[in-house]
Design a protein around this ligand. Structure first.
Ligand code: SAJ
Length: 436
């Protein structure tokens, strides 16, 4: 295989396209957004990700990568488009099937079609069904259209962590599941060219469920610690100390509570299982609802902390969905900010800062502005920069020395020493700081 066409130049598609281009493939990157195509063609990336700029520049300047609004004939086609959910949390696969329909007219015998987007079980097979229905010339036996399709079709889910995408795209193990053994083998041969981790072969539906199970595992485990955080607050103890000590058990590795689960993966993917198997997924659904309820819980705590202040000024630190990334999709920090704005925007002031996020619709202000005369410093994201804040300096600027740390990220002893009343999510009134 010498050429690859990547549909969707987002967080996964653009790094993947650049990697294949820099590995010697002729790559056509396709995106529906004109400004994305223009930016990529001029060697710039529209996504903030460590190392991506250099990679895109190299791929464009070598002539191996070019972007376009329309796909082109290639040996392999990779579908890496978003799969959000609809109003009732049902998967919205319109982008996947729109991408498939765009490439179907271009397919030739022996081509490979890979679905990288996270999809509900059975979707890769449905993509093959659409290809077989629209291109009978690629079907060897009309009685078994999908089984006799002369195009390889496989699912190869991405597993990378934003902030470490380029490293993890290369080094992480991958799971590849084809519609049949030949499809799997063909996709493995392609990915071997860019992946140094182990590639495990399976069937398409198993690969789809592996991906969904990984993110559901994380979501369920986060919901567990979020639930424990609520219980520990009521007990008047610190969930952080409970977790730290429980994790001394050789077979316990609890995750970290927080103001909610955001991003485009963990907050979305478990619904793909729930929507297909509503009666068999009570635990997965309960976990999702628990995590989705965390922003409202934070707002309730904030209401208590500013009760009695006529015009409260709230300084929200962080807008992204997690620390040290600029991605604000489904961010619990933004949900909290918006809820607070609805409550205090008129009679008080709610400000938000984030040095990583670049969102036109969000009135982000500088660190200096955000804390100016604030009545409450509300830490929503664990960026390095917030951890490094000097509480003595902050103390000089705020109106009231009160901080609410929803990520347990600050050095509480230093903040207390600077005169702050320190409140921590998951810590009740009798709470002590985690012991070292
Ligand atoms: N979070 C917590 N507590 C934790 C860990 C995370 O509250 O202990 C929150 C984060 O703050 C964030 C959300 O959960 O809001 C998700 O963050 P994350 O770092 O757990 O995961 P993502 O969404 O950035 O990336 C995940 C990864 N999946 C797993 O770790 C199983 C990544 O490997 C996947 O490739 C990615 O989803 C994806 O694209 O599916």
């Amino acid at each position: 295989m010498k050429s690859v066409c990547v549909i969707g130049l987002g967080y996964i598609g653009l790094p993947t396209a650049s990697l294949f281009a820099n590995a010697g493939f002729k790559v056509k990157g396709v995106d529906a957004k004109e400004h994305v195509v223009e930016m990529v063609n001029s060697g710039r990336n529209h996504i903030q990700e460590v190392g991506l700029r250099t990679m895109v520049e190299a791929a464009i300047s070598s002539g191996q990568l070019s972007a376009s609004l329309e796909p082109a004939c290639s040996d392999a086609f990779i579908i890496a488009v978003p799969t959000p959910f609809g109003p009732n949390k049902e998967p919205d696969l319109s982008h996947v099937f729109a991408a498939a329909r765009k490439i179907i007219p271009l397919l030739e015998v022996g081509n490979l079609v890979v679905v990288e987007s996270t999809v509900p079980p059975g979707t890769t097979e449905k993509v093959a069904e659409v290809i077989a229905a629209e291109r009978p010339d690629l079907v060897a036996d009309p009685a078994r259209p999908v089984a006799s399709l002369q195009v390889h079709v496989a699912h190869c889910p991405e597993r990378v962590l934003p902030g470490r995408i380029l490293k993890e795209l290369v080094e992480n193990d991958r799971v590849i599941g084809g519609l049949n053994a030949e499809s799997t083998e063909c996709a493995v041969d392609l990915y071997k060219r860019i992946v140094s981790g182990t590639i495990y072969s399976t069937d398409a539906t198993t690969a789809e469920m592996v991906k969904l199970s990984e993110n559901t595992f994380r979501d369920v485990n986060i919901s567990l610690v979020n639930e424990l955080a609520i219980i520990c607050e009521k007990l008047g103890i610190s969930v952080w100390e409970v977790i730290e000590l429980a994790n001394k058990h050789p077979r316990v590795k609890m995750l970290t509570p927080g103001p909610g689960v955001g991003g485009h993966c963990i907050a979305v993917d478990p619904w793909f299982i729930v929507s297909e198997f509503p009666e068999d997924s009570n635990l997965i659904k309960a976990a999702r609802l628990r995590n989705d309820a965390m922003p409202a819980l934070v707002v309730e705590r904030v209401k208590k902390l500013v009760a009695g202040i006529a015009s409260p000024v709230i300084a929200c630190l962080g807008a992204s969905y997690k620390g040290n990334v600029g991605d604000a999709r489904n961010s619990p920090a933004i949900e909290i900010y918006e809820k607070l704005l609805a409550l205090y925007g008129e009679k008080g002031e709610v400000r938000i800062n984030d040095m990583y996020v670049d969102e036109k619709d969000l009135p982000l202000v500088s660190l200096r502005e955000v804390i100016e005369k604030a009545d409450l410093v509300l830490v929503l994201v664990d960026h390095f920069e917030y951890r490094a804040l000097d509480p003595l300096e902050i103390a000089k600027k705020v109106r009231r020395k009160v901080v609410f740390d929803t990520r347990n990220t600050l050095n509480h002893e230093r903040w207390r020493a600077a005169g702050f009343a320190v409140h921590v999510l998951g810590s009740g009134v009798r709470a002590t700081a985690p012991k070292g």
